[in-house]
Write a protein that binds this ligand. Structure first.
Ligand SMILES: Nc1ncnc2c1ncn2[C@@H]1O[C@H](COP(=O)(O)OP(=O)(O)OP(=O)(O)O)[C@@H](O)[C@H]1O
Ligand SMILES: [Mg+2]
Length: 251
């Protein structure tokens, strides 16, 4: 039943209608994810990554095909419902942290909770807990321009996580960082996944993609699983590493 499905795409097409010639940006894309997975979507420029990200993140809807997220059939939702689903289920992280420059780190992290109607005191506590989680307890009152690039990206990750979304959706999150800082950010994603957060990493960089347990390739709008990366295509939850609170079921 749809209401038990965590994440399933079936034969998703996205066509951008343009005068002259339509652009067929996604072609029959099918993808199933389990909660707690760490997936990379790897593909070259123009292959359809951002298009796919926009659909996964409920920023855009497919031309045809089925997409179910947390039991909701996305194609049946109106703009408002889509926005609600997006705010609840998706934490976005982009290449540039996109923090608001006039707000402190803490206020930036509080923002999604303001939109969600959370009261000030709880907002503050949750924002501080998240900033602690990403290793920034001593930087909460800094403005973005008083933070390093890696620290800004940590704030962005805290902001993405503070609403407790089901999926962290990252588009080249280390693209603007030097190698060492980028590696630290990738380490953080790994830790978050070890804590059973679902991570979708969108990148053109094989080295970045290789950190995930499972890689899918996107080329010219077509998605293929990489059999080399082990994980079967069936929806079988993988037992998590030590420390995970989630138990695998034997049935
Ligand atoms: N709004 C749009 N209108 C028309 N065509 C579009 C639109 N957005 C994307 N496209 C086309 O769809 C295809 C996929 O674009 P997309 O932005 O998804 O690629 P990408 O994999 O994210 O590339 P990059 O790595 O450069 O960001 C491209 O051919 C692009 O020109
Ligand atoms: Mg893109």
């Amino acid at each position: 039943m749809a209401d038990e499905v965590f994440f399933r795409m079936r034969e998703i097409d996205k066509v951008y209608p343009l005068e002259g010639e339509d652009v067929h940006a996604l072609k029959k894309v099918s993808l199933t994810l389990d909660e707690g997975e760490y997936l990379s979507v790897l593909g070259p420029s123009g292959s359809g990554k951002s298009t796919l990200m926009n659909i996964i993140g409920c920023l855009d809807t497919p031309t045809s095909g089925e997409y179910i997220l947390q039991g909701r059939e996305v194609e049946n939702l109106d703009e408002l419902e889509l926005a609600e689903l997006r705010n609840r289920e998706i934490g976005f992280i982009f290449q540039n942290s996109q923090l608001l420059p006039r707000l402190t780190a803490r206020k930036n992290v509080e923002l999604p909770l303001i939109y969600a109607g959370v009261r000030p005191r709880e907002r503050r506590e949750r924002a501080e807990a998240m900033l602690e989680r990403v290793g920034l307890s001593d930087r909460m009152d800094h403005m973005p321009n008083q933070l390093s690039g890696g620290q800004q990206q940590r704030v962005a990750i805290a902001r993405a996580m503070v609403g407790n979304p089901s999926i962290l959706l990252a588009d080249e999150p280390t693209g603007a960082l030097d190698q060492k800082t980028g590696a630290q950010i990738m380490e953080l994603f790994q830790e978050l996944n070890d804590e059973h957060r679902t991570v979708i990493m969108i990148t053109h960089d094989l080295k970045i993609a290789s950190r995930a347990r499972r890689i899918v390739h996107i080329i010219d709008g077509e998605l293929t699983d990489d059999p080399q990366w082990g994980k079967s295509h069936q929806a079988v939850p993988q037992p998590k590493q030590a420390g995970s609170a989630v138990q695998s079921r034997d049935d």
